[in-house]
Design a protein. Sequence first.
Length: 507
Amino acid sequence: MTDIQAAEAVVRTAAGAVRGRREDGLTVFRGVPFAAPPVGAARFAAPRPPAKWDGTRDAYAFGPPPPQDLLVPGRRGPGSGDGDWLTANVWTPDADPAARRPVLVWIYGGAYKLGHGGSPGYDARRIAADGDLVVVTFNYRVGMEGFARIGGAPANRGLLDQVAALEWVRANIAGFGGDPGQVTVFGESAGAGSIAALLVMPAAAGLFRRAIAQSVPGTFFSDELARDIGAALAAEAGRRPTAADLAAVDPDRLVGAGQTLAAKMAGYTGRWGQAAPTVTPYSPVVDGEVLPVLPWPALAAGAARDVDLVVGHNRDEFRLFVALAGQLGQIGEERAAAALRMYAPGPDGAAAYRAAFPAASAGELYEKVQTDWLFAVPTMRLAEAQLAGGGRAHAYELTWPAPGGGGALGACHALDLPLLFGTFRADLGALLFAGTEPDATALALSARFRASWTAFARTGDPGWPAYDTERRLVQVLDAEPAVVPYPEEKTHRLWDGHEITALPLLG
């Protein structure tokens, strides 16, 4: 065997053979098609199986990202490639069909409008190596391509892409050394919201055994709201909200339409309510077919009682968005009062928040109510719903503050990503660790994330007790990790009895 052959491995998938490379003790396959390009007549359609190929396809480079809001460093803009966006990447210790290692499948976040599986921040080598298991990342359609509700097209196409990727894993992962019966999905933010949807989608039933949902957003659209937003998106592109009318529009132009509408969304508060200030015109749609029901009541009814679950959030989630807007320390009483009116639960919610946090500044109240509404409450309610349905869940809260900016960002949204993947200089890690080198505490916390996540994928036990509604024990991830009753007791009381619903169309 030559050195080149020793550094490569060939796996035969259902569509054809792929060749990966040996890197740092792992074999890595990049850009493997799991579905056909959604272009031409397939634009805005449900994903289809990839075309078969002859010979062996080199799987050395990530596939192009789907069209999206932000340009991806080192690549052309949105719409790059020939629509070959639906590709998967695999990190494996050994592409041996007899190995039967547990499999972790990553679903990225990005407000349902950006992200891709080849992002440097999602380099899965440390997770695969530390856990001695197989890790898969993949692309799914985002923005108008994946989530705009338009006539003549299925809703939630991005979620259907995720199902197609999981079906590909089930059919092919054994060849890469994985066990198709031991698949764990894990994801953050929009990826965690996607997992909440997958837990109750009929099309996803049986495709994974365990799930880890990091910072679950509670923004799910009613069908009426989604159609109204879809019409506004299409109007920004000068078209009607139908697949037939939009299929001829270049993906770049649709990305621009979404960006233009996002900048105007605050003016739609009278129609779109709580969705409007989020400036995100995309979310999973409770359409009655692809996603028949909202995740929380469906889980409480036992929809995923056989799926082991880990859920958690970061203490200061919303501070990231304040920082990215350049508004840290600049939120005044008027904006805090507006946020409390919009998001605090019940008719007396604003007063209740002020009474619960009497020493909080205007900026702290502004962040707290939006952290709770958008992430903390939906996340913990997911655990409670799983318990009510006869399942099991483990919960955590990340409270360790990001060191970048002198610690001003706190334990903000997305801090768990560089900690989990160990990618402190990539993507948002460059902001969260700006001007610092990861110290011993950061490295230990990073290793703990990976050890807990991979142990859960292997055994269903992340290393701390399961959550229950009496003790409400959670794993607090900080410089000194500890298992304690849920630290946000005030939030728990404020939202007690408040029901999470699909966001409605008003008026």
